[in-house]
Design a protein around this ligand. Structure first.
Ligand SMILES: Nc1ncnc2c1ncn2[C@@H]1O[C@H](COP(=O)(O)OP(=O)(O)OP(=O)(O)O)[C@@H](O)[C@H]1O
Ligand SMILES: [Mg+2]
Length: 410
């Protein structure tokens, strides 16, 4: 029976989270990948050629789907965002809800961190509804969308941003709609679907030096009047102009966006109250103090647990000069580390070495040219540290290269 022999199912098209169906599909499957079983070289050699091939395929899939690990930075975002989302969702008063801005450099995990927090909220919220009022939800689950995830289009303007939100819901858009019409339509979609969290990812694609800047700020004010927690994600939000009219309130740590004098968007400014935001940074790892180094080592330990190389030692990523080496190659950016490790594992399997060493990783370039869904103009592609500078600096180590049998005969 074939089903018993196949170690995993090849993935279909990657779920696009920026439509309601895609978001809900991703929420359902996001933890469903089963990694390849742990195996050493001796056990692998006993497999039939077909099983070897399947196991290698499963290992490659495992390295391409490394799990999201909690980091000190992601925990800080989770604490703040969860608190804000939950207390806003339970608020009955018609006052505006405080929003959250998540800022950080490219590839530092902003999108994945926020989506995971929002997906977990969605699960809890739907379960609560089911629990409190099971009848009301039957047959209507698809219409209930506690979270809307929207990617800001490249060279976005207020109108195209509204259209991207309406596209999430599959709501009709007529070419005759002007900006106030579109905003009204967004408000209706959010209300009709019971949306509690509106995530606008890559918000810093809305460059704030154009004639319609003011429209952008008014648009954000309007979204914040819609009784959702507005979550804005972007690269260097402080430097982007989004906070230009904002004022930092040291007593609460929040940013205040004063009410607009123009109140341009009809029906959506019930009061002239200011809008409040928490701004949270999702930083990279650092390597300057013992606690920072310990956090990096902890992350590397987590990464290592996900790897399926046949001749790996338990301290492969965490002992000797390897942690510092990996830091120098990636600048402590989780996304760059993921790329280096994934490509390194491919090389380790192809070459038969079956473990990661500094020499092997030296041959792996981190190449981010042409990565999809990222806008280099908006700072979403971070600088990659040069390999050469590091090579020259390195004397020569150490323990790992001679440890364990080389993976000959594979
Ligand atoms: N906590 C984590 N643990 C392991 N891998 C992570 C973690 N966070 C992010 N990654 C990986 O890093 C890569 C980049 O993450 P993500 O796309 O969320 O970054 P980003 O900050 O949104 O980048 P951009 O500014 O370019 O949009 C992803 O492939 C993701 O799987
Ligand atoms: Mg992102």
């Amino acid at each position: 029976m074939i089903g018993n022999e196949l170690p995993f199912v090849l993935p279909g098209p990657a779920p696009a989270r920026d439509t309601l169906a895609g978001w809900q599909h991703w929420c359902r499957i996001r933890r469903s990948f089963v990694p390849a079983p742990l195996m050493d070289l001796a056990a692998w050699r006993l497999l039939s050629p077909r099983k070897k091939m399947l196991h290698n395929l499963h290992r490659a899939a495992t390295h391409a789907n490394l799990p999201l690990l909690a980091t000190p930075m992601s925990r800080a975002v989770e604490k703040l965002l969860n608190g804000r989302i939950e207390s806003n969702a339970l608020k009955l008063k018609p006052t505006t809800r405080a929003g959250v801005m998540v800022s950080g450099g490219g590839y530092q995990g902003k999108t994945e961190c926020v989506c995971e927090i929002a997906a977990a909220f969605e699960e809890r919220w739907l379960a609560l509804h089911q629990h409190l009022n099971p009848e009301a939800q039957s047959g209507h689950r698809d219409l209930h969308a506690p979270v809307a995830y929207v990617q800001t289009p490249v060279t976005a303007k207020p109108k195209s941003t509204c259209k991207a939100i309406l596209n999430f819901y599959g709501a009709p858009i007529s070419p005759r709609m002007d900006l106030p019409d579109l905003i009204q339509q967004v408000a209706s979609s959010l209300r009709d679907h019971g949306t509690k969290v509106l995530i606008l990812d890559d918000i810093t694609r809305l460059r704030m030096h154009r004639a319609d800047d003011q429209d952008t700020l008014d648009l954000i004010r309007a979204f914040m009047s819609m009784h959702v927690t507005l979550v804005l994600i972007g690269v260097d939000i402080r430097g982007s102009g989004l906070l230009r009219e904002g004022r930092h309130d040291p007593s609460t740590g929040q940013w205040q966006l004063p009410a607009s004098e123009r109140s341009k968007f009809r029906g959506l400014e019930p009061t002239q109250t200011e809008r409040r935001f928490d701004l949270v940074e999702l930083g990279r790892f650092r390597y300057d103090s013992p606690p920072q180094i310990a956090a990096w080592l902890q992350h590397l330990r987590g990464v290592q647990e996900g790897l399926r190389l046949l001749d790996a030692t338990s301290g492969m990523l965490t002992e000797g000069t390897m942690p510092e080496y990996l830091f120098q190659r990636t600048n402590g950016v989780v996304g760059l580390l993921e790329r280096l490790i994934e490509d390194g594992c491919r090389e380790a399997i192809d070459s038969g070495l079956e473990r990661l060493t500094e020499d092997l990783l030296d041959s792996v370039a981190i190449d981010l040219t042409g990565v999809p869904d990222r806008d280099p103009e908006a700072g979403e592609v971070p600088p990659v540290p040069a390999r050469e500078a590091r090579k020259a600096k390195r004397s020569r180590n150490t323990v790992f290269d001679d440890r364990g049998p080389a993976a000959t005969g594979t």
